[in-house]
Design a protein around this ligand. Structure first.
Ligand code: EPZ
Length: 421
């Protein structure tokens, strides 16, 4: 199994290209099920989660071709044959549930395995279910599968979410494009990935207004056509690499990075004493002092501080001057990285949804274990600043969301390599 070895202590200097967003791409790919014409996605990230979504779409009868070394995805769903998202694939990736809305809209039926538990929380799909029911579908849970039917097609409705859900907003948005009449999504997620999906659907002929706000209106159309769409830059990959010079020292320019994608996060970095500036090609990040200052963070839906950067921010806070509190408000179990950071000498006390981090002078390298995608990368970041050698095991988590991570950091001078154990 692969592991990553890091020898810490080298300040970073260089430029890191930011890939297309994994979570945008995972929502854009199922949109192919809405039309018989081809959908082409450019700037796609080369990640195992993207390959998994490709396999899922193929199992539903779609054609999936990765061109230009995986940067371009050519998708087509001429005649979807199989409306069943099998447990074997869904259990590997929860985003599989995003085929529910498109399948229902196109075929009037879908069978999607329930994803089950997850390392970061229970993550139910009740909001997806509720939204499809509002659009006129009948859903039943049988044999671990959601069986959904809309024999007379979907019809527009008001769908009001009690809590903000990225995935449920995406499913509703896709389903509503082909529904009869108008759908209004209230308390919609405002994430850049939602805006990206709406833009792609509009290029396919959908009639959508209000994406990026908490109320999205969709007027159903009879038919969508093909399109070519460029995937938005990955704001979580961007935030992660912005933290690398903040934690290890030095200066890194994130190519393609956009401040509007990470505004709340960049503000916290500035409060901590990290300089972020816009350049012609992206964002440049530099640590000004020897140590950063402690800052408190609460995760929230966009435009708040992203839960997907909480673990990485915690890595930065482990060596900050002072004590910081990080409150996780989206997922109930997203502090699995805390005990692993503790193995490197971090002082972290977790009580319920709040982690209190007391900064130490220096972390020390140690063997550690990745537990989920963002937790893994927080350990890599911590290792960049730690004294001595760190080996991060179970890096298959990392490969779900970061392409060529060791190359990107290595090009900035980090002493990092992938090893096979
Ligand atoms: C998306 O997951 C992302 N995944 C996650 O990224 C991200 O952490 C999350 O949004 C929050 O920003 C993808 O886009 C593929 P939610 P999603 O529905 O859509 C609860 C990463 O590291 N909820 O917005 O599954 C849920 O349990 C990943 O890249 C329900 O209760 O998240 C959570 O507490 C991890 N019922 C909250 O809502 C539902 O039916 C927000 O979840 C759906 C969600």
């Amino acid at each position: 199994m692969d592991a990553i070895r890091v020898r810490g202590g080298t300040p970073l200097q260089g430029r890191i290209p930011i890939a297309g967003a994994k979570n945008a791409c995972l929502a854009l790919m199922p949109a192919t099920l809405l039309t018989e014409e081809p959908l082409t996605l450019t700037n796609a990230p080369r990640l195992s989660d993207i390959r998994t979504m490709g396999l899922l779409l193929e199992s539903l009868g779609a054609e999936v071709a990765a061109l230009q070394d995986g940067r371009v995805l050519a998708l087509a769903s001429h005649t979807p044959t199989e409306p069943r998202a099998d447990y074997e694939i869904v259990r590997r990736m929860r985003a599989s549930v995003l085929v529910l809305g498109p399948l229902l809209a196109r075929l009037g039926r879908a069978e999607v395995s329930l994803p089950g538990g997850c390392a970061i929380g229970a993550r139910p799909v009740d909001l997806h279910q509720m939204a499809m029911e509002r659009l006129g579908a009948e859903l039943e849970l049988r044999d671990g599968y959601l069986h959904a039917r809309a024999p007379r097609g979907l019809r527009g409705a008001v769908v009001e979410f009690p809590v903000v859900s990225v995935g449920a907003t995406e499913n509703t948005l896709m389903a509503a494009t082909l529904a009869r009449g108008t759908t209004v999504i209230r308390n919609a997620a405002r994430e850049p990935e939602i805006v990206d999906l709406a833009q792609c659907l509009r290029a396919m002929g959908a009639r959508i207004e209000g994406e990026g706000t908490s109320e999205i209106t969709i007027e159903g159309v009879h038919h969508l056509h093909g399109a070519t769409h460029r995937v938005v830059p990955d704001r979580i990959e961007l935030g992660t690499y912005m933290l690398a010079p903040a934690i290890a020292g030095g200066e890194v320019e994130c190519l393609g990075g956009r401040l509007d994608l990470v505004a709340a996060f960049a503000e916290k970095l500035a409060d901590a004493g990290v300089e972020v500036s816009e350049t012609a090609d992206g964002l440049s990040v530099r640590r000004t002092g020897d140590r950063v200052r402690a800052v408190d963070v609460q995760t929230a839906p966009f435009p708040g501080f992203p839960t997907d950067l909480q673990a990485q921010m915690m890595a930065l806070m482990t060596t900050a001057e002072g004590t910081s509190q990080l409150e996780e408000r989206i997922f109930e179990n997203r502090f699995m990285h805390a005990p692993e950071l503790g193995r490197m000498g971090a002082r972290i006390d977790v009580q319920g949804g709040v982690a209190t981090v007391t900064g130490v002078d220096r972390l020390k390298g140690a063997p550690v274990m990745a537990t989920d995608l963002r937790a893994s990368v927080s350990l890599i970041l911590a290792a960049l600043a730690a004294e001595g050698e760190t080996v991060v095991r179970r890096v298959y988590h990392l490969d779900r969301g970061y392409e060529r991570l060791e190359e990107k950091l290595g090009a900035c001078g980090a002493d990092i390599e992938r090893i096979r154990e």
